[in-house]
Design a binder for this molecule. Structure first.
Ligand SMILES: [Zn+2]
Ligand SMILES: [Zn+2]
Length: 866
């Protein structure tokens, strides 16, 4: 029943990938059926931001997620594996402004273009996911910009509002004047900067030419100074306690206060408090009830409260320093290295953060940190070490969550407020989703002050508000109660993600889903690290060490890239290695040469002189070739035989089969243990080593002769048993390499197994009822074969050259030798006359035709007659 198919010499992945992607789609191989048997295992995949292209970090992260899905499916669970997209965000707005030249002021047109742009990007990214062999069911995809999704987000905010956990307040907030939006605490970081420390003299009121000198890194805040502080133990200023100082460029005076938070060793030991220069200023303002003077506009200029109205913050700084100098108030300037707060979450920004008092929407977070910690502790962490990141972050939390963003393309905050008294007016639930800027409020007059000045909120939600309900969105929360019960409430829910978003995505999801459903969302979490360049630094444009998946996928294929991903370590950063070489000389470019000659390395693969060599992927390709050749060898031999199935018959299992099967059992146990802990690295190494060394190099070599035997029964049994164990391996390799395994399945196994795809297979079980005696016999013959082969090659005898005679001296163990073992050794090593003896009956002098070798680990001496 052999079909008219051929097994090509090479694995042509480009064509093969296309073929299987199409086939899988058309045959619903990855379709989710909620009514299928098995416990539901839901995967809350991270929705990538819709940049239009996946980077290597995504490839690592999502390859792992695909391994999780495939493995759990094989274990008989009903895996629910949707993939969504995170659509909102500033980069979309910037791209639309830049690419289409449309202004934000044309709101409707602008929003439509945003959607159009996002759609295009999603199409491209979906294709990249498919090319990677990603087994998601696209019927369950979601986009955070969908009306259905917005409904859930807005409904969740309404719930929070009704419970008193959502409020609007004017508050000094981290604000990026570059992006013109407020940002959350989790989105800011620190940067070391070489700056200056300006020593400014402030005149003492009532004194004649008397000054005190403050030191500041931000002279542009001068006009917002509302207090001056010194340490109560600082004798230098004790006599000035409660003195008044005149603030330059204003007609105001401020008081000196004593506060133990002042660092006596910084500058002159006396500092000014401005609203708002830093977090200390905010604390002092509220503690001492100081005035609030706001100087900056949201786009980084000085406002009408400043003499420098209209200048940018930087221009104002220069002018103020100049003016202070002219007035004789600048004592000195010294170099000063300090860390500044920057907008770190968006790598394209990294500009300084200001504190601006603006009306913002907040979610109460501080009150719930204990619950969040509890939800985090209840999950199983892979690896355990990252749990502490969540706990530390939660414990240190002393801010509520600013959820409003001063942007356009986002989920509208579905509320109105009274301009006169600030009263919030909530929407009617049945009108959600809505945009309060576009529709009338449910009330025409303010219920508190009867004002008719009702304003729809223009701000939109922070992206984390969208993405922190992903487990609910995929579970069809508020949409399909049965579905939600099965995929959220009663399912095992798995969260895969990078460690860099533990304090954002994970933290917020635990908090919100727990609050909205009364049940923590996750049973377990798998954490991946970041992809680094070969130098160990994170991939970034400025380091020039970025590799795009589009650069390597066409050259190496998905199965190779996925092998690279499989070798990463759970929870740790992982390098994507390459070395530069000169295309013409083929010589590598050494690091010191790069530095010395200041070679500016090219940024893409089209460079005419230099190119990158990707050793990890070259290694992966070699393994693919090894696999392909092994199965092709079986295929070619199968063509000469006639077997109707590859089922196991216990009496047909030979000694060598028994041994390799029992070794497989051990490997299977190891691999399962590793896969259960999402330890892809160990699982893949075990599999690969066993496949390459034990199965291809030893087992196949030892049974190969049977394929050419005239004994039809013997050759049929041999190929059947070999096909069986090679199939066990193929099924597991399918988790990591879905394309080559499907292709081999199709060519070699489908005729016997008769299911539509290898990816519908169950995880292999171990071989049962193996004969202990046969296992030992198989082990001994394979060991002897291995050693005799080594001896042959050491002595320069071609492996296929026949040897006249070999005598093996095996004290006390000859009775273990049966005819099958002898035949295996004799035929594999090609020995005309093989004798096994307890002791040597006659003496042989070693000469050029007879030599003695010992196989020490087996206690065997071998006399070899050539
Ligand atoms: Zn920014
Ligand atoms: Zn009112």
């Amino acid at each position: 029943m052999t079909q008219e198919i051929t097994f090509p010499k090479r694995f042509k992945f480009n064509e093969i990938q296309k073929k299987w992607i199409k086939y899988w789609k058309e045959n619903d191989i990855y379709s989710f059926d909620i009514d299928k048997e098995g416990k539901i295992f839901s995967i809350d995949t991270p929705p990538p931001f819709v940049s239009g292209t996946l980077h290597l970090g995504h490839v690592l992260n999502h390859s792992w997620i695909d391994f999780v899905a495939r493995y759990h499916k094989m274990r008989g669970e009903n895996v629910y594996f949707p993939q969504g997209f995170d659509c909102h965000g500033l980069p979309v707005e910037l791209a639309v402004e830049k690419n289409y030249g449309i202004s934000k002021n044309d709101r409707d047109l602008f929003l439509n273009k945003c959607i159009e742009w996002v759609e295009e990007n999603i199409a491209n990214m979906r294709k990249q996911f498919d090319d990677l062999g990603y087994s998601t069911d696209w019927d369950y995809t979601y986009r955070t910009m969908d009306e259905k999704y917005k409904y859930k987000v807005q409904k969740s905010l309404l719930d929070f509002y009704n419970k008193g956990w959502l409020y609007r307040e004017k508050f000094p907030t981290h604000f990026c004047v570059n992006c013109e939006t407020s940002v959350a605490k989790a989105e800011v970081g620190y940067k070391e900067e070489k700056g200056s420390l300006w020593y400014v003299k402030l005149p003492i009121v009532g004194g004649e030419n008397e000054y005190i000198t403050i030191a500041t890194t931000r002279p542009e805040y001068m006009e917002a100074c509302v207090g001056v502080f010194a340490h109560p133990n600082d004798d230098r200023y004790y006599h000035l306690s409660a003195a008044e100082l005149k603030i330059p460029f204003t007609d105001r005076t401020v008081r000196i206060r004593m506060d133990k938070n002042v660092d006596m060793h910084f500058g002159t030991g006396i500092v000014y408090c401005c609203t708002y220069g830093d977090e200390m200023d905010i604390r002092w303002k509220f503690e001492y009830n100081l005035d609030e003077i706001q100087l900056f506009t949201e786009d980084g200029h000085m406002n009408q409260n400043s003499k420098y109205h209209g200048l940018t913050i930087n221009e104002a700084r220069k002018q103020i320093v100049k003016d202070l100098e002219e007035e004789g108030l600048l004592e000195k300037i010294v170099d000063h290295e300090h860390s500044i707060v920057i907008h770190s979450e968006r790598s394209s920004c990294r500009k300084p953060i200001e504190y601006l008092p603006v009306y913002q929407w907040f979610i109460k977070l501080k009150d719930f940190k204990e619950e969040i910690i509890k939800a985090g502790e209840a999950m199983q962490w892979y690896p355990e070490k990252h749990k502490q990141r969540l706990i530390d972050w939660a414990e240190g939390l002393d801010w509520n969550w600013v959820i409003s963003r001063q942007r356009i393309f986002g989920t509208p905050i579905p509320f109105w407020y009274c301009i006169d008294c600030g009263e919030i007016i909530a929407p009617n639930e049945e009108e959600l989703p809505l945009d309060p800027v576009k529709i009338n409020p449910p009330l025409e007059t303010c219920p508190k002050c009867q004002s008719k000045q009702i304003q729809g909120e223009k701000d939109v939600c922070d992206c984390w508000i969208d993405s922190s309900i992903t487990p609910l969105a995929i579970g069809k929360w508020l949409e399909d109660e049965q579905f939600f019960k099965k995929t959220y409430t009663n399912a095992k829910v798995h969260r895969p993600q990078g460690y860099e978003i533990i304090r954002t995505w994970l933290f917020y999801t635990l908090f919100r889903c727990n609050k909205l459903t009364g049940q923590p969302p996750f049973d377990e979490i798998m954490i991946n690290g970041m992809v680094a360049g070969p130098d160990g630094r994170k991939m970034s444009k400025s380091f020039g060490n970025i590799v795009s998946p589009d650069e390597v996928m066409p050259e190496f294929g998905a199965d190779a890239i996925r092998q690279w991903a499989a070798l990463g370590t759970l929870g740790d950063d992982y390098p994507f290695e390459y070395t530069w070489y000169n295309i013409h000389t083929k010589q590598p470019i050494k690091d010191d040469l790069i530095k010395k000659e200041r070679i500016k390395l090219p940024r893409d693969k089209f460079d005419k002189k230099y190119r990158r060599r990707f050793e990890q992927l070259i290694g992966a390709s070699r393994f693919i070739t090894k696999m392909w050749n092994a199965y092709r060898f079986l295929y070619v031999n199968l063509q000469k035989m006639d077997i109707s199935n590859i089922d196991q018959e216990i009496n047909e299992i030979t000694t060598v089969d028994s041994f390799i099967y029992s070794e497989f059992n051990k490997v299977l146990k190891e691999v399962k243990f590793a896969l259960d802990a999402y330890n892809w690295h160990d699982a893949f190494i075990s599999l690969k080593t066993f496949f390459w060394n034990d199965m291809c190099d030893n087992y196949i070599e030892a049974i190969k002769y049977k394929f050419y035997s005239d004994n039809v029964i013997e050759s049929n049994i041999a190929i059947k048993n070999a096909l069986h164990i090679f199939y066990q391996m193929l099924k597991i390799f399918g988790i990591i390499m879905p394309f080559i395994t499907e292709e081999i399945y199709d060519l070699l196994y489908k005729q016997y197994i008769k299911i539509k795809s290898i990816h519908l297979e169950q995880f292999p079980t171990d071989y049962k009822n193996l004969s202990q005696n046969k296992i030992i016999q198989g082990k001994i013959s394979l060991e002897i074969i291995k050693n005799l082969r080594n001896i042959k090659s050491k002595r320069g005898i071609p492996l296929n050259q026949e040897i006249k005679k070999i005598i093996l001296i095996i004290a006390d163990r000859t009775e273990n030798f049966n005819g099958e073992m002898l035949a295996n050794i004799k035929n594999t090593i090609r020995i005309n006359d093989l004798q096994i003896l307890d002791t040597l009956n006659e003496d042989f002098n070693e000469n050029k035709n007879i030599f003695k070798e010992s196989i020490e680990e087996l206690g065997i001496s071998a006399y070899i007659f050539t």
